[in-house]
Each structure stands twice: as C-alpha cells, then as structure tokens.
Write a protein that binds this ligand. Structure first.
Ligand SMILES: [Zn+2]
Ligand SMILES: [Zn+2]
Length: 109
C-alpha cells in the first residue's frame, strides 16, 4: 500500500488548496502530510488518518474527519468542489485505486 506521488487535497473546511509538508517527528521516520495554505487554518491531511487539526505541532484528532474508501479502506481526500452543483468530489489517494465519489457540499445542506 503506497500513496500516489502526486495528489492535491483541498482543505475540507474552506476548500483552500493544501501544500505538501514533511514533518520531522521525534522518531526517525519523516511523515508526509498536507497543510492548508491559509495562515489562520490548522487543518492538515494525512494519508493514514485523513483530516485533522495540527495546533502548535500536536495533531488534534478530536477534530478529525475521515471518510474511508469503501474499496481499500484508505482515507479519502477532498479533490474538487463544484460550486454550481454544490458537490464535493472525494478521491482515494492509494496507488491502483481510482475510487472517487461526489457528495453534497456541507454548505448546501
Ligand atoms: Zn483550511
Ligand atoms: Zn481506495
């Protein structure tokens, strides 16, 4: 199981683009995650856990949101937002899995 080298999740809170960041953890493994580009936003996306907040270097999974892939169980990421149809497209980041599904945007509910 490995993630696609290139995918571009959007922040699930306000649909801003996220940038790829490498986090130096205490352990030797370097974690890869995506952080919202808005300076006032603490939202991050990790392949393993989906969306959560990262405040002062600590992941806050209590505010997490994970939409699991029904095919492989990976955490889906928000790939696109259609403002006219008010739908969100969620896709699977796993190599070899091309699952994607449209959901109604929470703003439309
Ligand atoms: Zn954000
Ligand atoms: Zn999948």
């Amino acid at each position: 199981m490995s993630s696609k080298p290139q995918f571009s999740p959007l922040c699930d809170v306000h649909h801003a683009t996220m940038r790829h960041v490498m986090l130096e953890e205490d352990s030797e493994d370097v974690r890869s995650c995506y952080a919202c580009e808005r300076r006032d936003c603490t939202r991050v996306f990790r392949d393993s856990n989906g969306y959560s907040d990262r405040i002062e270097g600590i992941f806050d999974d209590s505010r997490g949101f994970t939409q699991g892939c029904p095919r492989c169980g990976s955490a889906l990421y928000l790939a696109a937002v259609n403002h006219s149809r008010k739908t969100e497209t969620w896709e699977c980041p796993q190599t070899g899995c091309d699952f994607s599904e449209d959901f109604p945007s929470p703003a439309a509910r």
